[in-house]
Ligand binder design. Structure first.
Ligand code: NZQ
Ligand code: ZN
Length: 387
């Protein structure tokens, strides 16, 4: 096990704790920039509830709405400028991963006098950022507890992200009931995203850590058990709560345990979103079983078999080869049967026309050192398998 530093400064308010929002925000100052997406929070009544809390706490409120899925750099620029113009003390992001991610870069953009896109395109240093507090409405990305953020620039067909501790939210309000209104499709896509975050960490040929493998297997089984329940019964608290807490723990750093291998499916998916603006979790679902099948070799077989046995319950009598194949086919059945997600890129009207360009970008001109090393040629083949 490699050494690591584990430090998650995000305070979690889990359950119906919105009455504490005002006090949490007041710690950082008086002027709040409230950010949100396309209007789901108005439809659900959450906007009114948040406003009531902010007003009764005597906070000065500024608003930025319309943050799109696959959040655009234009929103980030606008938010950063608003922060500077109004002397904002804290950003309150209310929504899914897109709103949270965009808000993190607004927080960093508020502290510099250059275009915040340079944080992504040139990896300009992020030395300080305004505090960000979140109210999560969709269980998926883990942005509520991690330092990640992914931003899209449609002008250049780029979707770029990075992870920085300084971008972790100061506090996040996680009320599973706020996800009751999430559509069946977004519940499925979000669940695929949670599962993928765990799988990206789990599938490695680095020495295993028994404890963390067990936790990851439980997290994966949690998503597999509760995603279909939440889709059938959107107001099932237990299902929504399990998905929400799994979302946070899938990517907050705990399960990594010092592992250093690169993620493979996310860079491939980010290119799909950059070129075709598709839903992140859907792209991951299409790619993951094909990628896993492509990775199978002597070295990766033991872990793939472990996944088959421990996550999908392959019979103990199965050989490792059979267990690995079983895990992959059950995973496909889960994504495309149980969750009802589209199973091919062709089904999304995506052809091979940009595969070479996307593969070159996904590998950054080099190799993705993940479960197996992937060159651009490998990535192109995996895209082909998804057609
Ligand atoms: O915009 P509104 O009107 O709020 O509607 C949203 C949006 O249309 C809707 N929604 C959210 N909460 C809802 C709701 N609808 C009804 N009821 C609710 N309670 O759902 C739609 C999708 O929202 P979005 O925020 O885009 O979804 P998600 O949370 O899946 O975020 C996806 C983004 O996060 C990035 C992805 O690449 C993508 O851009 N990621 C961020 C990561 C991170 N911060 O670490 C890691 C991930 O791997 C991922 O890359
Ligand atoms: Zn993801």
């Amino acid at each position: 096990m490699n050494g690591f530093i584990y430090n998650i400064p995000t305070k979690i308010y889990f359950g119906d704790k919105l009455c504490m929002l005002g006090d949490e925000l007041k710690k950082y100052g008086k002027r709040v920039l409230l950010t949100y997406g396309g209007g789901s929070i108005k439809k659900s009544g959450l906007y009114d509830r948040v406003m009531k809390e902010l007003k009764s706490a005597g906070l000065e409120i500024y608003e930025l709405s319309g943050i799109a899925p696959n959040p655009r750099i234009e929103s980030v620029r606008e938010g950063a400028n608003m922060c500077k113009e109004h002397g904002i003390d804290v950003i309150l992001a209310v929504g899914g991963g897109s709103t949270l991610d965009a808000s993190k870069y607004m927080a960093a953009g508020a502290k510099v006098d250059f275009d915040p896109w340079l944080f992504l395109s040139e990896r300009a240093p992020i030395e300080s950022a305004l505090p960000v507090v979140t109210v999560l409405t969709l269980s998926a990305t883990g942005s509520e507890m991690d330092g990640g953020g992914v931003i899209t620039n449609l002008a250049t067909n780029e979707k770029l992200g990075r992870m920085e501790d300084i971008l972790r939210p100061q506090a996040s309000f996680l009320d599973p009931a706020l996800t009751y209104s999430v559509s069946s499709f977004q519940t499925a896509a979000g669940s695929a995203d949670i599962l993928s975050h765990i799988m990206e960490t789990y599938f490695t040929t680095e020495p295993d850590l028994y404890m963390l493998d067990g936790i990851m297997e439980t997290l994966m089984r949690t998503v597999i058990k509760y995603a279909p329940v939440a889709m059938k019964k959107p107001c099932d608290y237990e299902a929504r709560a399990n998905l929400m807490w799994a979302s946070s723990w899938a990517i907050n750093g705990f399960i990594t345990g010092g592992k250093t291998h690169a993620w493979s499916v996310h860079p491939m998916e980010h290119e799909l979103s950059a070129f075709y603006d598709i839903t992140h979790g859907l792209g991951l679902a299409i790619l993951t079983p094909r990628w896993l099948g492509y990775c199978l070799n002597e070295k990766t077989l033991p872990k793939a078999a472990q996944f088959g046995y421990n996550v999908f319950g392959a019979p103990a009598t199965y050989t490792k080869e059979q267990a690995a194949e079983y895990g992959i086919s059950e995973l496909s059945r889960f994504f495309f049967g149980t969750l009802g997600l589209e199973s091919t890129l062709g089904g999304l009207k995506i052809g091979r026309e940009n595969f070479a360009k996307m593969a070159a970008k996904a590998t950054g001109g080099g190799v993705i050192n993940g479960f197996i090393p992937l060159t651009a040629a490998d990535v192109e083949k995996i895209y082909e398998l998804c057609l």
